[in-house]
Design a binder for this molecule. Structure first.
Ligand code: HEC
Ligand code: HEC
Length: 376
């Protein structure tokens, strides 16, 4: 599989993690950022906790849309990415009803709901793949949906429909969109999507780097994006999950362009202890390799922002679905500091047995509408 990193090097301050030589540090971290409220803000892509009365701003309506920051002609020019023979214009790439399928040879026929959206919404529909992508790899601000058990997937759709699953952060704009789409989806469409994504094994490459320093970032919607590659700021008590190349993964929707997660030094080893020996070992239900078991979902190698958000949402009760009760004893025993460590460790694990090899540490690389231009 092609790796999107273009020969980037990080400074000597970065410790590329190694499971064989874990770094143990003091587990008691009372670092800035976790005092007043116990919110893993980093996981929601926000810098302040929500206030009473906060609501989400509506996302941009479906329909052709031109980015205001680029000339129109430029947005009508066919674009391509490495390894694909397809061409899409920027206008197509920004269209809620048009999911780019850069590598059609890698999968079977795509359900209409993924490429265009639930049919019941007619010209107001939004494609599931606009946010989750054709392969279901997703993005840190929404959800990875590839490889989920069909029964688990359909239960989530039911929970969204019934109001049993939302976000602890009422400002998060893509969750109300997700709920509306779940409600608009027919049961047949839901099953077709669930089966298609269950068969996908992809997902964007994810590198996990233990570091005391992180690059400066700015928010695009609820996604942190690097403004420089130089890690010059204190990482402190957070995980910073950023695109390797925002132009590729964001603008061009290149599914092979991945993410890098800067995690605090020692967090992977601490997370491993919590996952293996915590109040309730995760493998009891999520499978020995944490890649799912029966209708319990896989949690290995997934976006750490997504994982921490779910743990926090279970804890606050924002996720209160029919089987969420099984997660209650787990989250009751942990706070955002443990959620961080668990998410760092889980993110560092390979997703599949084939990936066991390729995910080994790489020794050589030390507007008014919410969501702005990229409402995913
Ligand atoms: C606006 C972007 C967006 C679109 C479009 C979208 N989703 Fe989602 N989806 C989300 C978000 C956000 C979440 C929850 C992430 C969170 O809780 O922070 C989610 C979560 C999910 C989950 C739960 C995954 C898990 O592991 O529990 C499923 C299943 C899902 N979506 C299916 C769909 C389907 C089917 C469609 C099309 C009908 C769709 N989504 C369209 C944003 C979107
Ligand atoms: C007693 C069984 C059980 C144990 C132990 C357990 N889980 Fe879960 N977990 C579940 C079930 C069941 C679900 C699905 C809930 C639902 O359908 O909404 C789940 C869902 C999740 C999710 C949401 C995944 C997604 O795709 O949205 C995360 C994250 C998670 N668990 C993490 C953990 C971690 C981390 C541990 C260990 C610290 C753990 N779980 C231990 C049963 C368990």
């Amino acid at each position: 599989m092609s790796h999107p990193v273009r020969g980037r090097r990080f400074g000597a301050f970065v410790l590329v993690f190694s499971l064989s030589f874990p770094v143990y540090v003091c587990a008691d971290s009372t670092v800035a950022g976790s005092e007043a409220t116990d919110w893993p803000l980093w996981a929601y892509g926000v810098t302040t906790p929500p206030q009473p009365g906060d609501t989400a701003k509506p996302q941009r309506a479906p329909g052709p849309w031109f980015r205001p920051d680029l000339p129109r002609e430029e947005q009508l020019r066919p674009l391509q990415i490495e390894g694909s023979s397809r061409r899409y214009t920027m206008v197509e790439l920004n269209d809620w009803q048009h999911t780019p399928d850069w590598f059609p040879e890698e999968h079977g026929p795509v359900p209409v709901a993924i490429s265009r959206g639930p049919t019941s919404l007619a010209d107001q529909t939004r494609a599931c793949g606009f946010c989750h992508r054709i392969h279901g790899g997703g993005r840190p601000e929404n959800a990875p949906v590839f490889g989920l058990p069909v029964a688990y997937f359909l239960r989530q759709i039911d929970d969204f429909r019934a109001g049993r699953r939302h976000s602890s952060d009422p400002r998060k704009p893509n969750v109300p969109t997700m709920v509306a789409l779940a409600r608009a989806l027919s049961d047949e469409e839901a099953r077709a999507v669930a089966e298609f994504w269950a068969a996908q094994s992809g997902g964007p490459p994810l590198r996990v780097i233990e570091s005391e320093l992180a690059p400066p970032v700015q928010l695009h919607g609820n996604l942190f994006v690097r403004t420089s590659e130089v890690a010059s700021e204190a990482l402190s008590d957070r995980i910073l999950e950023v695109p390797e190349d925002f132009e590729k993964s964001g603008d061009l929707d290149d599914p092979r362009s991945g993410y890098v997660a800067y995690v605090p030094v020692g967090s992977i080893a601490r997370g491993r202890t919590l996952v293996e020996h915590g109040p309730l070992p995760c493998a009891t239900c999520h499978g020995g390799d944490l890649r799912g078991s029966g209708d319990v979902p896989p949690i290995a190698g997934r976006s750490p922002s997504y994982i921490a958000r779910q743990l926090h949402d279970f804890k606050t009760g924002a996720r209160n679905g029919s089987l969420a009760s099984q997660m209650q004893p787990v989250v009751a025993a942990i706070g955002s500091s443990e959620m961080l460590a668990i998410s760092a460790y889980l993110a560092s694990l390979p997703r599949t047995s084939e990936a066991d090899q390729s995910l080994q540490p790489d020794a050589s690389s030390a507007d008014e509408l919410s969501g702005g231009e990229r409402p995913r």
